[in-house]
Design a protein around this ligand. Structure first.
Ligand SMILES: [Zn+2]
Length: 248
């Protein structure tokens, strides 16, 4: 009987998700890097949410993970897209998906008019902390949400240098995949998805995680969906299952 109860206890603890929070100090501020382990997750597939305000993607992912193994890593600070920090009384802002290369770090700090060399170093440290969390990942699934139409949709990649694109006109243009892998592109194309394949040697270095992943041969796919398109984003995750099983 006792062994039976212990067994039940183990099963329950495996099914429940666990959470680990790294409180990362940047300047005089803090950003949480939260790791959620779902159903005794294997670390092969890591889902990553960098923009905290894109909560539809996190909800869709959690629903997906209630039936599937996986690790979800997300940033938590003020619930906004941008990360802010102070240093020596000065306020800095940056886009956390522009910090994975030196060029990107400089550009995002300059864009918000707060570039200096020390701040760029702080961003590098933060990027490395995120990358360290991905060290066991065999596939990174980035989770993003966007707004209606411009500035970002699958149409951005049509005829753009460095991309191959498949557009399905019956799917909303804001719901699309972007990957660094030809195999993943071909698979999603065969499933008639909106999908763009980013060819590293021909694309501009904006410091985003896709650029980093391409450079470091880390398989990467981004699931972009319109804010509120939770059902659609969940369906996209289901379609991606055919890819995920190869990266367990
Ligand atoms: Zn985003």
């Amino acid at each position: 009987m006792r062994n039976f109860l212990i067994l039940i206890g183990i099963c329950i603890s495996i099914r429940l998700s666990a959470q680990d929070t790294l409180r990362y100090k940047i300047g005089d501020s803090t950003v949480c890097i939260i790791t959620e382990l779902h159903k005794g997750a294997r670390r092969g597939v890591v889902f990553l949410n960098l923009h905290e305000d894109e909560s539809t993607s996190v909800q869709a992912c959690r629903t997906f993970l209630s039936n599937n193994n996986g690790t979800l890593i997300r940033l938590h600070q003020h619930g906004e897209r941008l990360i802010v920090f102070t240093r020596k009384g000065k306020l800095y802002r940056f886009d956390p998906n522009r910090i994975f290369t030196p060029k990107g770090r400089k550009a995002t700090l300059k864009y918000f008019d707060n570039y200096d060399r020390v701040a760029a170093k702080k961003l590098k440290g933060f990027a490395n902390a995120i990358i360290k969390k991905l060290r066991k990942a065999r596939l990174v699934v980035a989770l993003h949400n966007n707004t209606e139409g411009a500035p970002l949709s699958i149409l951005n990649y049509v005829d753009k240098k460095g991309y191959r694109v498949n557009v399905n006109s019956s799917i909303n243009i804001d719901d699309f995949f972007l990957t660094t892998r030809k195999k993943i592109y071909k698979y999603l194309k065969s499933k008639k998805m909106n999908v763009a394949w980013e060819l590293f040697h021909k694309t501009n270095d904006d410091g985003s995680l896709s650029i980093y992943s391409n450079k470091n041969q880390l398989p990467y796919v981004n699931i972009e969906a319109l804010h509120g398109h939770e059902t659609e984003q969940l369906q996209m995750l289901e379609v991606l299952k055919g890819v995920m099983k190869k990266y367990r």
